[in-house]
Structures are given as C-alpha cells and as structure tokens.
Design a protein around this ligand. Structure first.
Ligand code: AMP
Length: 419
C-alpha cells in the first residue's frame, strides 16, 4: 500500500451502485413478476457467463457500434486472451445456443435472462457502467406475430407493475436486401452536412451512416432529422412484415408511434425494432428496447435461424414503478435469561420450520429494550420468552399493531401467526 492510497476512502467504482436491502426488495418484486409472466408465455431461463471472448461482441454487437468502439470493458487475462465483460446479452445467448447445439431442439425456442451488463459510457442519471437487464430472446420464428407477442408481453409487464406514461415506438430497419440502397442514400445526404457533424458522425458516414441516428450530440440529432427515412426504402418482404407486425399490435389494442429514426444502437437488427420510452425518465428515457436479428446466428457460424428479443434496463424500469410501501411481517423473539435464550432458540427454529419469519437477537437486553428494538425494526409480533414462560410452557404473544397480548403454547403458534 503506497502512502498516497493508505488514507484514501474506498468507494464503489464510478457508474456502479450498491443495491441496499430496501431497494433490493423492489428488484425482487420486479424480477419475480417478470419471471412469472415470461414462464406463462413459454420462456425458460438461461444463464451465461458474465465475460466472453471479446470477439463474441465484436461479431455480434457489431464493429461499428458505439458499444464496441468506445464502451466495452475489455481486458487481457493472465493467459493472454482478450476478454470482455458483456455489454449486452444477445451475442452471449447466440454463442451458447450454437455451442450447446440447442438449435437441434424444436423451435421456436424462448429464453429469458436477468443480470448485470457493463458499458464504459459517461455516467449520468439512468446511465451506469454496471447496469442490469431483463432480457428475452426467441429463436426460429419468422412470423411477425411473434414480434407483436413479445411487445404484448412487455406491455403486460408494465401493466402488472402499474407503470403508465410509457410510449411504444416502432420501426423497421430493413434487411440485407433493402438496407444497402438506403445506406447509400443516407451516406449521400449525410455527406452534404459533413462539416457540421461531430467527428464521430463524420467517421460513421463511411463506416455505417445508420449509426449517426445513435449520436448523443444535439446538433447531429437535429441534422439527422432531415435524413431519408428507411421506411421509404423497405423491400416488399420487409414492408409486408412491418405492416403485419403493426396490424397484430392493433389486434392486441396496443398503441404505438412509427419512429423512422429508431435504428437502436446495435448493428445486428433486421426488420422490426421497437422501444418503450417513459416521460418520467428525462434524457435517458428508453426503458426497454428490442428487435429482430435474423442474420446473427449465421454470422456466428451457426445454422440460419432467425431471432428476436428485447432488453429492459432494470434501474430505469424500477425508477418508474410505483411501489406500495410493504409492511414487515415478522416476529421478534424477546428472551430474558440463559434458560429462556435456549428455549427461544429452539422456538425460533420451530417457527421458521413452520414458515414464520422470526428474528432473535443474542445480546442480553431488558424486555423493555427488546420491545423497543422490535418496534424500531417494524416487527408485527413480539414473542416474550422469560424464565416463567419456560416453566409454564406458555408464552406471551404481543401484536404490535393492536398492543393486544395473548398467552399461547408452542403448538398454537403456527395457527395464530399464519392466520
Ligand atoms: P440496449 O441494450 O442498448 O438496447 O438497451 C436496452 C435497455 O437497457 C435500455 O432501454 C435501457 O433501459 C437499458 N440501458 C442501456 N444502457 C444502459 C446504461 N448504461 N445504464 C442503465 N441502463 C441502460
């Protein structure tokens, strides 16, 4: 330890956050609702490693994306391999499917996943360097009905958690056939403004002009508003897919706005893209984004199987969920004296075995002190275990809401406490 670092306060890395117990409860709630809904739609959980060979993202996310160019946490391990902390999930899933030959199983296949992602971006409200996503992917279904189904599933999640004030934006980014002529038109138009665009966007004119729409510089944004719309360049197949996708959304009664600039920051999208934005979020307003990626599996050396999915940012989502305050529902076991402590420990085990949340503390305290602790911690019940109670085999159960006290046996406890 150098003298300089000796007294330096140790703190969390910039752009990362601790999720403290009270906050973690909200995360658990959202995760459990999401799991239940996804399973209802036939999704199954998949978990892949947090880091991958760097090329997984270079190939998947795309060489011309801001993520790959600027935002990856890439490092060389002791064996000299280039590894990257995953900045997004889809390439990892595609890699896992090919490696585990899951594509041999009947399709379509539906997966979900929850976990941390890492991007070296400038931290601000709603944008972190370690953030968390809930992600779903479907493989092997070309029908635009699935595009609408995943949007409907996302809408269901919002509804169950009472998230309002969200708006759905949809677009199509075309396919291998119709995108090249569009990119050419975009390149021509962008070149006219080359002098006014930021250095990054000037580079993008050459590498991938579609990525200009991802630029966070206000002037670039303003200029790109006048660029040609991809919707006008779609081939008949993509046009048909998009119109059927929209009519399925109509069928579900889901309102949407067509946003021709919605290309999303990843290179792999084909046809459908969509995003849910919230008016409550400020500058980083995208809560959930997704789209179709029909060519990725093939590009990874796997079979030609199409894919579609979405990712929802948990930090942003949780910040717009109106959580009701949850009351604690546990019993505080107060004990006085050595003998009572031992009986209390046994009773605590008995209560927990019966599914009753029970807190017992081991420091010697007076009854008054323990009741005041229980009160402070928000206990719903206090079970008083003193020497006399142990002798009688009957214990005082105090309801902290009503203040009423009952004299009960061990056997009576589950019936009363679980009622
Ligand atoms: P993406 O993977 O870029 O399509 O993003 C999907 C969702 O993840 C977004 O709609 C956000 O909710 C969330 N997200 C993306 N980047 C960040 C970040 N740096 N910090 C927090 N949330 C993020």
């Amino acid at each position: 330890m150098t003298p300089k670092t000796k007294n330096k306060k140790i703190s969390a890395i910039k752009g990362t956050k601790d999720i403290l117990p009270q906050e973690a409860r909200k995360w658990q709630r959202v995760e459990s609702v999401a799991r239940r809904i996804f399973e209802l739609y036939g999704y199954r959980e998949i978990r892949t490693p947090i880091f991958e060979a760097t090329e997984v993202f270079e190939k998947g996310t795309g060489q011309t994306t801001d993520i790959v160019i600027k935002e990856m946490y890439t490092f060389t391990d002791k064996g000299g391999r280039s590894l990257t902390l995953r900045p997004e999930y889809t390439p990892s899933v595609v890699r896992a499917i090919i490696e585990n030959r899951l594509y041999l199983q009947p399709q379509p296949q539906r997966f979900y996943f929850m976990g941390p992602m890492f991007r070296y971006d400038k931290p601000q409200k709603g944008r972190y360097r370690q953030f968390h996503q809930i992600d779903i992917e479907v493989f092997g279904e070309k029908d635009p009905a699935i595009d609408a189904e995943i949007v409907e599933m996302a809408a269901r999640l919002f509804k169950e958690l009472n998230v309002v004030d969200v708006k759905l934006l949809v677009n199509s980014v075309g396919c291998r056939k119709c995108r090249p002529p569009y990119l050419e038109a975009l390149r021509r138009k962008a070149s006219e403004y080359s002098g006014q665009l930021c250095a990054d966007c000037q580079r993008k004119i050459v590498t991938n002009p579609l990525r200009i729409f991802d630029c966070k510089v206000e002037l670039c944004n303003e200029i790109s508003r006048g660029f040609p719309n991809i919707i006008d360049y779609l081939c008949p197949d993509c046009k048909e897919h998009f119109s059927r996708f929209c009519s399925h959304l109509d069928l579900y009664g889901i309102k949407y706005t067509i946003e021709p600039r919605l290309v999303r920051g990843l290179d792999y999208y084909t046809k459908t893209t969509f995003e849910f934005v919230s008016s409550k979020l400020g500058a980083q307003d995208a809560v959930l984004g997704g789209g179709r990626y029909d060519d990725m599996m093939k590009a990874f050396g796997g079979p030609e199987i199409c894919g579609i999915g979405f990712a929802m940012g948990l930090e942003r989502f949780i910040s717009v969920v109106p959580f009701e305050e949850e009351k604690e529902d546990f019993l505080y076991l107060a004990h006085m004296g050595d003998k009572a402590k031992k009986t209390g420990m046994e009773l605590a085990r008995f209560l927990r075995q019966n599914g009753i949340e029970c807190l017992i503390e081991y420091k010697e305290r007076s009854l008054k002190n323990q009741i005041s602790r229980a009160n402070k911690l928000g206990a719903k019940w206090v079970l008083i275990v003193g020497e006399e109670e142990v002798e009688r085999g009957r214990y005082q159960l105090k309801n902290m809401d009503t203040g009423l006290q009952e004299d009960i046996t061990k056997e009576e406890m589950p019936g009363i406490l679980l009622a």
